[in-house]
Design a protein. Sequence first.
Length: 237
Amino acid sequence: MAARRGRLYALGVGPGDPELLTLKALRLLRAVPVVAYPAPEHGDSFARSIVAAWIEDHQREIAICIPMRPGSPPAEVYDAAAEQLAAELESGCDVALLCQGDPLFYGSFINLFTRLAAHWIEIVPGVSSLTACAAAAAVPLVSRNGTLAVIPATSDEDQIAARLAACDSAAIIKLGRQMVKVQRVLRRLGLLDGAVYVEHATLPTRRVAPLASIEPDQAPYFSMALITMSGRSDGRS
């Protein structure tokens, strides 16, 4: 009889507030012998900090170092991480992989998912930054037949403008160093005055403000702008 292979649970742990962890994610976190999570080269893992109160001493931890630099981490980073996780699974250990927000919404897990496709994987969705920011700002994202665009701030100006023109509301994510460009595009389109800025949506350091009031060097990478086309200041809709 073949030896049992371990199972990988990709747990969405939400955007920061531990109370937003789902009951299913908590149950699986408590049940596994191995807990893995992304971590920066220096400092603590944010994903781990969300669930730290529930990690037991008997559970073995694997910190997956992912460089937090402009641009995508090199493929070798994910190759090495996938090999490490695969070794655990092949030895029969179940592993909980902590994923900030939702595993399949702009998550680094997606790069591991494709590399570990031969293994048994269960994905547990989590509260995403998108819905957390909308709740913090009390901004309805979309309703009825409306359309919503999620636009990375790293897109070029023409791409951002084109995507805004094709939707009823939008979220521009990962503002950080792109703030000057994003404010310039929104100003040109008459959307800046109605745009709402959100950072750290579920944490004590939460900030919600008009996007026009934010100085470019104040926005962290994990911040977001919420825009509705009805908020145009140039009279168009």
